[in-house]
Ligand binder design. Structure first.
Ligand code: PMT
Length: 400
C-alpha cells in the first residue's frame, strides 16, 4: 500500500519562485497515495496558474476567501477540518509574518487559524530575508505554537545569491511527510546525547577548546525527536538555540558534561556522543589572568575522562553510538575506537578539510558497526542527521 494512502493533505502555495516546484510536490504526494487539495495565495498565482494545479490534482484550486462559488464547494472551515496536514510549500517570508501575527486576510492564513490539524512550512526566500531577525522571530513564534518547519535548504538561489533559503526539494519534502505520518520509529525511546565542544579553562579569560559548532549534534537531536524519541541533549558552549521539544542542558567543561551525562544515563536507551570533548585540560587553573612576559610558557595538561567509553563500559550500557573525527585513515582509526570502547556503532567523519566536519553546514559520514558499514555522502548536516537518525533507529531495533 502506498505510504500516504488515506492521508488528506492541503497544499498551500504562496508567492515565491519555488511555487513551480510545488507542482512536482503535488504529483509526488499523489503518487504516494495522498488525497491533495491546493490553496493558492494571490501572489502565488503570479508564478504558477491555478489551472496547473487543477489539471495535476484533478480538483478545483481554492484561491478566494470570500468567493461564493468556491465557498459553496468547500468553505474555509470545511477545508480546515478536512486536512490531516496543512503543508505550505513554498512558505514566503510574508506568509510566515502574516501567520505569526495571526492574520486571517486571505484563504490560506484563515485556514491556518481555523485548523486543528498540524501545519508544516517549507520556507523559501532570499538568504538575507531568511536571516533577518524579523523572519527568525516569526519562525520562532510559529514553531513555538507547534508549526513544523521543513528546510530551508542551502545553495544557489534564483536571485543569484548563495545561502540558506531555497525550498527543500519535492522528494525531500515527500520524505518529511512520509516520516511525519509514520508511527515514530523511536516512539517511547529515551536518547541521551552530547554535542558541541567543551572548554577547559586556563585562567578567567583563556581556555583549551576546539572548533565544534554543535551543528551536527543539534541537527541529529532534532531528527531523532522527529522519529518520536524523547531526547536529552547535553551541549557545550555553542551559539545555537535549543531545538524545540528537546530537553537541553548547557555545560562548559568535560567534567561538567560527564556529571550531567551520568545523572541521566540510567534511564537512557540510546547514548550518542557527538560532542568534541577536550581530551586534555590544564593541570592548574590560575584564578587571575596570566600576565604576558617574554618567557616561554608551558601549559601542563592532564587527561579528561572519556565519557563515551565510561557509558559503554557500564554493566547495562545503553545502545551506544560514538563519533570519530579524523584527519587521516578515517575508517581505520574509527573502527579502532569502536572496538576499543565497545560501541554498538560509530559515525566517522573527516575533519580539517574545506567542506565537512567542524563548523561547516555540510558533512559526510562512514557508519561502522559490528558486521556492517555504510557511507553517507556529503550533504547538509540537516539531511545527514535525518539519514543518520534512521540508521540509528534501525540498528537499535536490530539489537533489541
Ligand atoms: O559540531 P560541528 O561543528 O557540527 O562538527 C561536528 C563534529 C565534527 C564535531 C562531529 O561530527 C564529530 O565528529 N564529533 C566527535 C568529535 C570527537 O571528539 O571525536 P573523537 O574522535 O576525538 O572522539 C571519539 C568519541 O569519543 C566521540 O564520540 C566523543 O564524543 C567521545 N569522547 C571523546 C573524548 C572524551 N574525553 N570523551 C568522549 O566522550
Amino acid at each position: 500500500m502506498p505510504s500516504l494512502t488515506n492521508k488528506k493533505i492541503l497544499l498551500g502555495v504562496t508567492g515565491g519562485i519555488a511555487a513551480y516546484k510545488s507542482a512536482v510536490l503535488l504529483r509526488a504526494l499523489q503518487s504516494a497515495g495522498a488525497d491533495v487539495r491546493v490553496v493558492m495565495t494571490q501572489a502565488a498565482q503570479a508564478f504558477v496558474t491555478p489551472l496547473t494545479f487543477q489539471a495535476l490534482s484533478g480538483h478545483a484550486v481554492y484561491t478566494e476567501l470570500l468567493d461564493p462559488t468556491q465557498e459553496a464547494a468547500m468553505d474555509h472551515i470545511s477545508l480546515a477540518r478536512w486536512a490531516d496536514l496543512v503543508l505550505v510549500a513554498p512558505a514566503t517570508a510574508d506568509f510566515m509574518a502574516r501567520a505569526a501575527s495571526g492574520h486571517a486576510n486571505d484563504l490560506l492564513t484563515t485556514i491556518c487559524l481555523a485548523t486543528a490539524s498540524p501545519i508544516a512550512l517549507a520556507p523559501a526566500m532570499n538568504q538575507q530575508m531568511w536571516f533577518n531577525q524579523a523572519t527568525q522571530d516569526n519562525l520562532r513564534r510559529l514553531t513555538q505554537r507547534g508549526y513544523y518547519c521543513w528546510g530551508p535548504d542551502e545553495g544557489a538561489q534564483a536571485c543569484g545569491e548563495t545561502g540558506p533559503g531555497r525550498m527543500i526539494e519535492p522528494e525531500m519534502l515527500l520524505q518529511q511527510v512520509e516520516t511525519f505520518f509514520c508511527p515514530g520509529e523511536l516512539d517511547g525511546v529515551n536518547i541521551l546525547m552530547t554535542a558541541g565542544s567543551t572548554r577547559e579553562p586556563i585562567d578567567p579569560v583563556r581556555f583549551v577548546g576546539n572548533r565544534s559548532s554543535g551543528k551536527m549534534g543539534f541537527a541529529l537531536a532534532a531528527s531523532l525527536h522527529d522519529l518520536g524519541a524523547a531526547v536529552t541533549l547535553i551541549s557545550g558552549p555553542v551559539s545555537l538555540s535549543n531545538p524545540i521539544g528537546i530537553l537541553c542542558s548547557r555545560v562548559e567543561t568535560a567534567d561538567e558534561m560527564r556529571s550531567v551525562v551520568l545523572e541521566h544515563v540510567e534511564n537512557s536507551d540510546i547514548f550518542i556522543g557527538v560532542a568534541a570533548v577536550a581530551d586534555y585540560r590544564p593541570r592548574k587553573y590560575t584564578g587571575e589572568k596570566i600576565k604576558k612576559n617574554n618567557e616561554i610558557q608551558t601549559l601542563e595538561l592532564v587527561r579528561n575522562p572519556d565519557i563515551l567509553a565510561e557509558v559503554a563500559a557500564r554493566e547495562k550500557p545503553p545502545f551506544t553510538v560514538g563519533f570519530a573525527a579524523e584527519t587521516e585513515q578515517v575508517e581505520h582509526y574509527a573502527e579502532e575506537k569502536r572496538r576499543i570502547k565497545g560501541l554498538d556503532m560509530i559515525a566517522a567523519n573527516q575533519v580539517g578539510m574545506d567542506e565537512g566536519g567542524f563548523e561547516s553546514d555540510s558533512n559526510a559520514l562512514v557508519l561502522l558497526w559490528q558486521d556492517g558499514r555504510e557511507v553517507l555522502p556529503m550533504m547538509t548536516k540537516t539531511q545527514l542527521a535525518q539519514q543518520l537518525a534512521g540508521r540509528i533507529a534501525e540498528r537499535y531495533h536490530a539489537r533489541t
